[in-house]
Design a protein around this ligand. Sequence first.
Ligand code: LR7
Ligand code: MN
Length: 546
Amino acid sequence: MRRIRANAIAILTVAWILGTFYYLWQDKPRASPSSASQPRAAGVKSHLPKSVTHPPRGEPQGQLLGTFDEKAYLLGKPLRPGDDPYREHAFNLQESDRLGSERSIRDTRHYRCASVTFDPDLPSTSVIITFHNEARSTLLRTIKSVLVRSPAHLIQEMILVDDFSSDPEDCQLLSQIPKVHCLRNERREGLIRSRVRGAGVASASILTFLDSHCEVNTDWLQPMIQRVKEDRTRVVSPIIDVISLDNFAYLAASADLRGGFDWSLHFKWEQIPIEQKMARNDPTQPIRTPVIAGGIFVMDESWFNHLGQYDTQMDIWGGENFELSFRVWMCGGSLEILPCSRVGHVFRKRHPYDFPEGNALTYIKNTRRAAEVWMDEYKQYYYAARPSAQGKAYGSIADRLALRRKLNCNSFRWYLENVYPELRIPEQKVTYSLLKQGELCLESHNSDSLRLAECKSGSGIPASQKWTLMEPQIRQQDLCLAITAFSSGSKVRLEPCSPKESRQVKQHFLNEKGSCSSLGDTLSKSALCFRTFVSSSSFRIHCWNL
Ligand code: LR7
Ligand code: MN
């Protein structure tokens, strides 16, 4: 009996010593934060717990990767001595390779997140990662971090979409990892069509999108799946931590930010409005966001399909996050950032890949499509902020307009009033126009009919002769010029403005033969001269059929 008790004490003592050593080893300081000036890095905050994330205890590491030969994969593409480590990927490849495929990172969540609980029966997700010429070490770390830091039963599969990278093996070899599938595009498609392709083969009821150079943090997945399970119309993102592109240090991002934009459709992180910040007494609560950054989010699969996936005529990179964000909000859903979910991302200063149509033109095409389909009359501010977009090709948007009609979505004005009231609307220029035919001017009569009357000038111009060009309509207060039918010679009348009414689009009135390039031109009988006063002394002239 005494011997048994002595043995038990000895075993307990050894276990205690080993435990202490493990604790001390686990808690040793990590690499110091980089000096890279990342916009969102808030530095390591004092309230953050000191713990670091580790693989779940007892998970056999060998089994996670199956037959996949990690060393051979990474050594297959070494950085050659003397090569610029930033050249190919716009981050320090040498540092990334040196780190290996897995490392401990600081748990950057607010400490209260650790006690949040989740439903025991959360549904599983398909993780979709598209990439074009991603570095092997960052891609593998993205995948491994998901496998190691997610409850295994929540990861149904990981779908890699290789967007025509130079080396097909970058992707193919990874499909030896259990749950990992690899699809390869036959030609470069860009991230938007690639994601739609990946989503098309996903078998789980929830989709999770990730960039190809991420590292997910402790319990990143459960908060997002929980919110989407409760309400499928929520589209949720984590807080996106910063992985230094120079030394790959993992830095906590501020938890007080949301996604915003300016009128040129340039994404930016911005402070949560002060009233909302004051009202936040629980740091684990979701943050409503007008737009998401775009790369890292979780969305119900049936909701993704119902809402029209993505605009697949957008190319390569850019703009799809606005299109998705406007669509989600305006068609009955919501966007949130969940502070208890953290995912690191390597932010870069340039694109390391080529754009077949050029970077600027591609961004313009994509954002123009988003503006034309979703921004109604407010797209004029987009064009004012990005004049170079005018006249650039953007393809047909008929399908997306039909989708918007089918889904019966709210107007952009609704979005501005209800979701993003902080976005300042540029001051309306008091520009008005006269619609002139010969010596006569178009004027409204008895509020809804039109006639030609003697032109007034200066301060004597009556409201009935003042017209405003609010792309794509010509307005007088809430009434718009409209053709009555789509045949030539159709009458023009005044009717209530409707952003969805294609008979009100100004292009219908355009007289292609009319030439009124200067003020003194004699106009044909059927042409109207539309003078837009840019300032008191200069104006532009357009021609129209009446
Ligand atoms: O032709 C391409 N094909 C691709 O598959 C070009 C890119 N890609 C892949 C690429 O390998 C990467 O995995 O698409 C992903 C995004 O491209 P990045 O990482 O070069 O760009 P980014 O980090 O600037 O991307 C942000 O903006 C994009 C706009 O189209 C997308 O929405 C990205 O998903 C988005 N990334 C994030 O939101 C992560 C957080 C960064 C921020 C802000
Ligand atoms: Mn990225």
